[in-house]
Write a protein that binds this ligand. Sequence first.
Ligand SMILES: C[S@@+](CC[C@H](N)C(=O)[O-])C[C@H]1O[C@@H](n2cnc3c(N)ncnc32)[C@H](O)[C@@H]1O
Ligand SMILES: [Zn+2]
Length: 341
Amino acid sequence: MKGKSINLETKKQELFKKFCSLGWDSSISGLKTFDFLVKAGESMPKGSTLADLGAGQGRYKFFFEHCNYIAVDFGAGDIEWDYSALDIVGNISQLDFIKDNSVDFCLNTVVLEHLSEPSDFFAHVQRILKPGGKLFLYAPFYVEEHQIPYDFFRYSSYGLKYLCEKNNLIPVSITPSDNGCHGLMRIAHIALKNIITKPDQTSLKTSIEIFKNENNVLKKTWVVITSIIPEFFKYKSKKVYRKFLFNLAGYILGKFLVPLFDYFDENFKSNMSMPALWYLIAQKEGDLEVGPGLLTNKEDVVKSIICCPSCKSKIFFSEMARECVSCKRKFKYDNKQIIFD
Ligand SMILES: C[S@@+](CC[C@H](N)C(=O)[O-])C[C@H]1O[C@@H](n2cnc3c(N)ncnc32)[C@H](O)[C@@H]1O
Ligand SMILES: [Zn+2]
């Protein structure tokens, strides 16, 4: 018994190492996100089929090695990302290419804010989940705009509950990543970034003009701090200075401010919520029967859940093509990815 619990602890430590290598740390929201993913993985029986909807680079796959993991994404969120590990390329707001009652679990991490039709997404999740299947989702309430122009909404816990209930999913739990103090750190981070990168907005010459014409000493000092010093770094065109300042700011934030804000978050709780993220677990009514077990051939896993989006028939896989057995619609198949456009 003791040996088993030590093994579980070691496994968790390994997972945490991998998790931190993605850029996460042990701040409150880091630990809560880690816990959420560990618990999601632990609740999935071996051989479950998991569709990671909006998987990106599939960075959380290692939490689900015991599952038939399928990465679905339209591959357009971030031009710098490598989308080659996707299994299915398609729009997750219109999951007509996935069969009804075909997947045991869905994962959706920081994706909901990028969907223009979130309620359609929930309706599809409800349809593709087997009875008793679950959706594990986390979405931001309070983070900066990102992956623009595909960034449409921010979610409150009540918004998430509404989307579930409207689409016949039972909200099992909705929990915050922090109590709001953590948000101070995000503001500080963005403010520092703005100050340090400000040279892109005004030229050194303009800043010096403003400085000369300003009589108020306080305002003069402010121009020096926010314009002339950063302009100087740009003027010198030594990116390295700015990088150094930014890293220094990141170090100070990480070393002193994150623990301080985490301390506030732990010790001063009110009933007001302004977390960075909300974690949602939602379930389709019924009792889950997991099958067909862990499949080693990825193509078999994909075949077991997809259908023709036009007529819902089977898709036939041959060496030459992927085609609907009924309406004969053909689908592109590149680099082991089936593409639904
Ligand atoms: C912020 S990233 C999150 C990626 C991943 N879930 C993670 O946590 O690392 C959002 C992802 O959603 C994808 N995405 C956005 N809108 C989509 C849509 N309508 N259909 C499919 N994928 C979409 C983007 O391509 C991007 O990879
Ligand atoms: Zn068809």
